[in-house]
Design a protein around this ligand. Structure first.
Ligand SMILES: [Zn+2]
Length: 424
């Protein structure tokens, strides 16, 4: 068979394909099988991958003119996928993070002093559409430079009817204009001060007014709820998720992050959620109840790293047979755009193997946003979302950490990062 290609990446020390005939997200030992090709090559035509294999075998198939990129001594992986991002916010809170991390000041005290979520709701609401696009583009650029090519992007930092529509319109505009693909989620996140004593009234408004309008305008593929103590109760979460499902949205859920809220149990009761996220305080029996649902557990190591201290029990969750993805949880509370750093923390703090961490950052992350048919692995017919790392192998993320190993990023076959810098 002969093939035309625009370019071919050859001689990769490790070409991590994650190929395999799987229809479900990877579990248990499957998460350790990266399907690595040494001295591997991947050929691309337009926006798709057209050949994958040993360098000599791939080159034999190619005819005509094509560009050759030599990845000798380098690692090549699918574009990284970040499936949990609180993307649209204005105003940073580094002073609060320092107080929490160093002085042990509680989040509640920060909130009483006028900080925390309410500060972000206020500052974001006061920011214009255009200014917010500029602020958010800077975050997306950093993600891209660190090898991320697709993200899930949540609203939730305005929590008013107009504000949430604005947030989702911003996500839509950025999805059109930025090389990164953004999967939009409406998140019922904070409770604004005017509803603090009557959050049921806010939930009624979300169910009766916001969700129908968001659905009508086709602004969110997913709905998500902050099912946490001090935020949305189990009954309120159920009400919002069921209403969103009735309007055609797929579901995710923030569960058991600050404390055991019962949100994981509720997710099993509602059924067929695409992801449940955090699960730091979830009891073992409630984790086990998720088995057989194809729901991906998205683990988020940044808030434990920064101030919570306790990590989700990744080992227990994987060993009981659940598929795991990892994500940055980028938010106004703490900010790390690098999925490489998430792999570092997954290995060094959550006892995941380097292979499990990379599976969690690619193909399982693709499953957690329902895009596994197009991205998350290097296979013929998939989108040419490919990263070349100036590192010899996938274990390097945990060993040589806190720096950016990215050399080149291709998004749908287009070179968008070269020599670690954005080029288009
Ligand atoms: Zn989150």
């Amino acid at each position: 068979m002969t093939l035309n290609a625009d370019f071919v990446i050859i001689n990769s020390n490790e070409l991590v394909t994650l190929a395999g005939s799987f229809t479900s997200p990877r579990t248990k030992e499957q998460m350790n099988n990266l399907a690595i090709i040494s001295n591997g090559a991947v050929a691309v035509k337009n926006d798709k991958i057209v050949a994958v294999g040993d360098t000599n075998e791939v080159l034999k198939q190619l005819i005509g003119d094509y560009e050759i990129i030599d990845a000798r001594n380098k690692l090549v992986t699918p574009g990284l996928i970040d499936p949990h991002v609180h993307l649209v916010f204005s105003g940073t809170r580094e002073d609060e993070l320092e107080k929490m991390a160093v002085l042990g000041v509680s989040y509640l005290e920060i909130k009483e002093q006028g900080g925390g979520m309410n500060k972000s709701l206020k500052l974001t609401s006061e920011t214009s559409f255009e200014d917010q696009i500029e602020i958010t583009t800077r975050i997306l650029d950093k993600m891209l430079i660190h090898g991320t090519t697709t993200i899930e992007a949540k609203s939730g930092y305005e929590m008013s009817f107009k504000g949430e529509i604005k947030q989702l319109e911003i996500i839509k505009k950025l999805n059109e204009d930025h090389p990164l693909d953004l999967i939009p989620t409406f998140l019922a996140q904070g409770i604004p001060p005017e509803f603090e004593n009557d959050s049921d009234a806010l939930v009624d408004e979300i169910v009766e007014k916001w969700i129908p309008e968001i659905a009508k305008r086709n602004l969110a593929e997913y709905a998500d709820v902050f099912c946490e103590k001090g935020y949305y109760s189990l009954d309120q979460t159920r009400k919002i998720l069921i209403a969103a499902r009735k309007h055609g949205m797929k579901l995710r859920n923030h569960c058991d992050w600050l404390a055991h809220s019962g949100g994981t149990r509720l997710s099993v009761e509602i059924g067929n959620l695409v992801s449940v996220d955090h699960l730091i305080w979830t009891p073992k029996e409630e984790v086990e109840a998720l088995r057989g649902h194809d729901t991906v557990v998205v683990l988020l190591p940044t808030s434990p790293f920064c101030y919570v201290g306790t990590y989700a029990k990744a080992r227990e969750i994987i060993d009981c047979g659940l598929p795991v993805a990892i994500a940055t949880d980028v938010s106004a509370a703490n900010l790390c755009e690098s999925m490489q750093m998430m792999m570092t923390l997954a290995v060094l703090r959550m006892k995941m193997t380097a292979a499990e961490a990379l599976t969690a950052a690619t193909i399982n992350a693709a499953h957690s946003i329902d895009r596994e048919d197009r991205i998350g692995s290097i296979e013929v017919g998939k989108d040419a979302d490919i990263v070349i790392f100036n590192a010899p192998n996938h274990r390097f993320f945990a060993y040589n950490y806190g720096i950016n190993h990215v050399e080149k990023v291709y998004k749908k076959g287009e070179l968008v990062v070269d020599d670690g810098k954005r080029v288009t």
